[in-house]
Design a protein around this ligand. Structure first.
Ligand SMILES: [Zn+2]
Length: 252
C-alpha cells in the first residue's frame, strides 16, 4: 500500500508531466463525473497532502485522487500505450505533450478550489510536507494516550503520510511494541523525528529496506528472533503489524 513517500514521488512526477500544459482531453471513468469535460483548461500543478494527491486544473478545480491499496498513476507520451488494462483506468488527462492515466484509484473526486483547504483541514502535520511539525504531531498523538501506538501513527488526523509499513518500521527502530499505548512510548518526539527521517530517506533511495514489515517468515536483523505478525486496527479495517518480540518488548 503506497505511503507518503510513494505519494510524494507520484505527485512530483505528475507535476513534471502535466504542469503548464493545456488539457486537450479529459476522461473521467467514474459514474459521478462521466460527463465532465475539462478540455481547454491549464494544469496548474500537482501536490501531495499526506497520502492524497491534488492536481489543480484551471482556476476553479482540484482533482483529488488517492492510491489506496492498488492505485497508480502512469505518466506517458500522448499516444503511448497504457501499461494496464483500460477497464482499470479511473481518469485520464491528456495535454499536447503528455498524458497521465490513473489506474485503480481509491478516490477520484473533483473539488472546487475554494473547498480544498477545508477538505484536508482534518489532516495532521504532513511528515514530508513544508508544514511538518513534530511537536504538533506529538500533541495530537497524546490526546489519545491509551491508543496503541501502531494505530495512532497510522491515523492521518495525527500525522499524515504513515501507513502500515512505516508504522511497523518506526516501532522497530524505537524498540516499541506496536500494541504499546501512546503514553508508554518513552520519547514520542524522537519517534516522530525517526518517522520524518525514514520517509525523507525513502525519497532519496528506493526501494526502502524493511527490517520487519512483510518479513513474517524471516528473523530480526538485530537479534535473529523470528519476526511476528499480529492483526491490529479497528474491526473491519485490520492491518498486519510486524515486530520483533525480543527487540520490542510490551510496555504499559
Ligand atoms: Zn530483534
Amino acid at each position: 500500500m503506497p505511503e507518503g513517500d510513494t505519494v510524494l514521488r507520484t505527485a512530483r512526477r505528475l507535476d513534471r508531466t502535466l504542469t503548464g500544459g493545456v488539457l486537450t482531453r479529459t476522461d473521467f471513468r467514474v459514474p459521478r463525473y462521466a460527463t465532465v469535460d475539462l478540455a481547454g483548461q491549464e494544469v496548474r500543478g500537482t501536490i501531495a497532502r499526506g497520502k492524497h494527491l491534488l492536481t489543480r486544473i484551471g482556476t476553479d478545480w482540484t482533482l483529488h485522487t488517492h492510491l489506496k491499496m492498488e492505485g497508480s498513476w502512469a505518466t506517458l507520451k500522448p499516444r503511448q500505450r497504457w501499461p494496464k488494462a483500460p477497464h482499470l483506468a479511473r481518469v485520464a488527462l491528456t495535454t499536447e505533450t503528455a498524458q497521465a492515466v490513473g489506474f485503480q484509484l481509491g478516490i477520484v473526486e473533483l473539488l472546487h478550489r475554494s473547498d480544498e483547504l477545508e477538505t484536508f483541514a482534518y489532516l495532521g502535520p504532513d511528515v514530508l510536507g513544508p508544514d511538518w511539525d513534530e511537536n504538533e504531531a506529538a500533541r495530537r498523538l497524546r490526546a489519545q494516550p491509551e491508543r496503541p501506538i501502531f494505530d495512532a501513527l497510522r491515523d492521518q488526523r495525527n500525522l499524515a503520510g504513515i501507513g502500515t509499513m512505516w508504522a511497523a518500521e518506526i516501532c522497530f527502530t524505537m524498540g516499541v511494541h506496536p500494541t504499546s499505548p501512546v503514553a508508554a512510548v518513552p520519547d514520542l518526539v524522537r519517534m516522530l523525528r525517526v518517522a520524518h527521517l525514514k520517509l525523507d530517506q525513502a525519497m532519496a533511495r528506493r526501494p526502502p529496506v524493511n527490517a520487519v514489515y512483510g518479513r513474517g517468515r524471516a528473523t530480526c536483523p538485530r537479534c535473529a528472533t523470528p519476526i511476528q505478525r499480529i492483526e491490529m486496527g479497528e474491526e473491519a479495517r485490520l492491518r498486519p503489524a510486524y515486530f520483533c518480540p525480543s527487540c520490542q518488548p510490551v510496555r504499559s
